[in-house]
Write a protein that binds this ligand. Structure first.
Ligand SMILES: Nc1ncnc2c1ncn2[C@@H]1O[C@H](COP(=O)(O)OP(=O)(O)O)[C@@H](O)[C@H]1O
Ligand SMILES: [Mg+2]
Length: 450
């Protein structure tokens, strides 16, 4: 269960940034004004492009990256874009430094697990699948006795190839994936018949695109042959996936079922076994290593032990690209009286390439809001867009983006087909940004303390 909760926290990080598909650079590595879902932040994106090249050339081993800038300036967004540029199946793991301090697990265990989640192993297998262009998709809702709102009860989907058409009833687990991947008509997808894993291969050529994903969503040929077939599928596991399955298998033999949460510690022995297995597969040409990105936000919250561990991890044989982010200037290194830039020890700083991010101009804020509303399929009137831009400038970009969905609900309740200024104002009235919520709590302090 715990495993699931963590996974969903991670998809949340991803869904705030679902519009980001890359760094949006041209062949010369220069940032387009709008590209890959990103707007502005030109120097940082170009620097990130160089990082991507260094990683590809294997010239960044033993080093890492630090994104430094105020909140809401796209640090997380750029880290995700780097992972996207490194390849579609490049693992991206986001961790907040505060998560390292858990009651149940050692700091180094949390970090090691995150590192192993951030290293992929690509394996080619023959699998039975259904594959085609989505011709129609309909989600089935069902009422559950346990929740007051309807849950996903599955989906009906019509898939088409150049030569075949077939309709399927998709079970809830796979339907949830379709929903998360935002699969829509015109997407080419593959569903594994056994594991029900869903993959989106791209947009079918000639099926139309949205305003901003012009260079983003890859165009793919419409598949030919039957919808149901055996296909060579490339799958990417993480070292952590393999650790878990080896540990589970061992647990099965020894009768220790305690491990299934994945939150418990995995033994060094199991990890060594995984490494051995993976090396063997790589030697035999059956697998390939896919180093991913481990993103650690609020890095100033790490302490010396954690920093030391990360420094060592950067040097090890299987290492992801470690990207730290912070919005602190000079700060004390946690647990000490030592002041250091960004609260990070000098010896680690020496290994980090630092990329600053800067606050956005109003025009950029407007464009980011437009991209997000397009991504969420929320139509905005010009006045609503202007109001949100004003909120973005005066309050924060993040708050402006967070208002989009509530404003859309308010608009629809009023029977409107687009968000208008008044709906934004109403959403603003109902939801506070951080500054405002702090003011309110301060004002009513005496009442709230009792
Ligand atoms: N340059 C950009 N282009 C498009 N979207 C952006 C850009 N910068 C930030 N965003 C979006 O704005 C929101 C806040 O940015 P985020 O990356 O979380 O900032 P930070 O990590 O610096 O606090 C996210 O939804 C993010 O995807
Ligand atoms: Mg962030």
């Amino acid at each position: 269960m715990a495993e699931r909760i963590r996974a969903s926290a991670m998809t949340q990080v991803a869904s705030m940034h679902s519009h980001i598909t890359g760094l949006g650079l041209d062949e010369k590595g220069r940032a387009k004004r709008v590209g890959g879902g990103l707007v502005g932040q030109v120097e940082a994106r170009e620097a990130a492009g160089i990082i991507v090249e260094l990683v590809r050339d294997g010239r960044l081993s033993g080093k890492g990256v630090l994104l430094a800038g105020p909140p809401g300036t796209g640090k997380t967004a750029i880290a995700i874009a780097i992972a996207r540029e490194l390849g579609k199946d490049t693992p991206f793991v986001a961790l907040n430094a505060s998560e390292v301090y858990s009651v149940e697990r050692k700091k180094t265990e949390v970090l090691l697990q995150a590192i192993r989640r951030a290293i992929g192993v690509r394996v080619v297998e023959k699998r039975r699948v259904i594959e085609g262009v989505v011709k129609a998709i309909k989600y089935l809702r069902k009422r559950s006795p346990f929740t007051p709102y309807p849950t996903l009860g599955g989906a009906r989907i019509v898939l088409e190839t150049k030569d075949d058409t077939a309709e399927y009833k998709i079970p809830p687990e796979a339907a949830a994936q379709l929903y998360q991947l935002r699969v829509r008509e015109g997407d080419v997808i593959v569903i594994d018949a056994e594991t029900l894993e869903v993959r989106k291969l791209g947009r079918a050529r000639g099926k139309g695109k949205k305003l901003y994903d012009i260079e983003a969503e890859e165009e793919v040929e419409i598949p030919s042959g039957p919808v149901e077939k055996v296909k060579e599928i490339v799958r990417t596991f993480t070292l952590h996936d393999i650790d878990l399955s080896l540990a589970a298998r061992r647990a099965l033999f020894t009768g220790l079922f305690a491990l299934f949460g994945g939150e418990k510690e995995i033994s060094d022995e199991v990890r060594a076994k995984t490494d051995e297995l993976v090396k063997e597969m790589i030697d035999q040409g059956k697998a390939e290593l896919v180093p991913g990105v481990l993103f650690i936000d609020d890095a100033h919250l790490l302490d010396l032990e954690a920093f030391g561990f990360l420094t060592k991890a950067m040097e090890s044989e299987f290492a992801p690209l470690i990207i730290l982010a912070t919005n602190r200037g000079i700060a004390k290194i946690r647990g000490t009286d030592i002041e250091s830039p960004h609260g990070i020890p000098r010896d680690l700083l020496d290994r980090l390439l630092i990329i600053p991010t800067r606050p956005y101009k109003p025009d950029e804020i407007r464009d980011i809001i437009m991209i997000r509303s397009d991504e969420l399929d929320i139509p905005l009137t010009n006045e609503a867009l202007e109001e949100l831009t004003k909120v973005g400038v005066e309050r924060s970009l993040r708050y402006a983006l967070q208002l989009l969905e509530p404003a859309w609900i308010i608009a629809r309740r009023m029977g409107k087909t687009a968000v208008e200024r008044e709906h934004v104002l109403e959403a603003e009235r109902l939801f506070a940004d951080v500054k405002k919520s702090v003011e309110i709590v301060e004002k009513f302090k005496d009442l709230m303390m009792v």
